[in-house]
Design a protein. Structure first.
Length: 189
């Protein structure tokens, strides 16, 4: 067990190290976009499935409540949380439209749509990104190393791993960095 634990730790550290090394300029760009978006009075819409859905809720909470700083709330919404909306769309239309219909209803030009898909190919995430692009939203995508999300995102963060757990660990690590930087930009910290 000790060896397995150490191997998992080392794989997680290596995935984060490689990701950061390859993406620092994009991380700075995304933090600037998020800060500009929120400063203009626009919002961040987040969506994904499974663990990525939970990450969306986690990230939205960091923006709305606070991350590190005592500051005013920032406009972010996880589209993964309203069970009545999700189940009515899923029942009346299809699961593939549960996020795109919400983006169409809630998204405004200048908002940021942040889609998360470890495969990069989740049909409901791709449809939501397409809806966001058609409405003039900026798109940030978190994915693994392949998939459609990469090509549809204005800023694409692709984790070079075959392991879903490592991809998800890098995604939440990235989200924490973006929350931290966005707060620092907006609140001069």
């Amino acid at each position: 067990m000790n060896r397995i634990i150490t191997e998992i730790l080392e794989a997680g550290i290596a995935a984060k190290r490689e990701f950061i090394k390859e993406n620092i300029p994009k991380i700075e760009q995304a933090a600037g976009l998020l800060a500009d978006t929120l400063d203009r009075g626009n919002k961040i819409l987040l969506f994904g499935n499974g663990g990525s859905a939970a990450d969306c809720q986690h990230i939205a909470a960091e923006f709305v409540n606070r991350f590190r700083l005592e500051r005013s709330p920032l406009a972010a919404m996880a589209l993964t949380t309203d069970t009545s909306v999700l189940t009515s769309i899923g029942n009346d239309y299809s699961f593939d439209e549960i996020y795109s219909k919400q983006v169409e209803a809630l998204g405004r030009k200048g908002d940021v749509a942040l889609g998360i898909s470890t495969s990069g190919n989740s049909p409901n995430v791709i449809r939501a990104v397409d809806a966001a692009l058609s409405k003039g939203l900026h798109v940030i995508g978190f994915s693994g190393k392949a998939g459609l999300l990469k090509d549809r995102s204005g800023i694409a963060f692709c984790v070079n791993s075959e392991t879903t757990a490592r991809i998800q660990e890098v995604h939440i690590f990235l989200a924490h960095i973006l929350c931290d930087l966005t707060e620092r930009i907006l609140f001069d910290a």
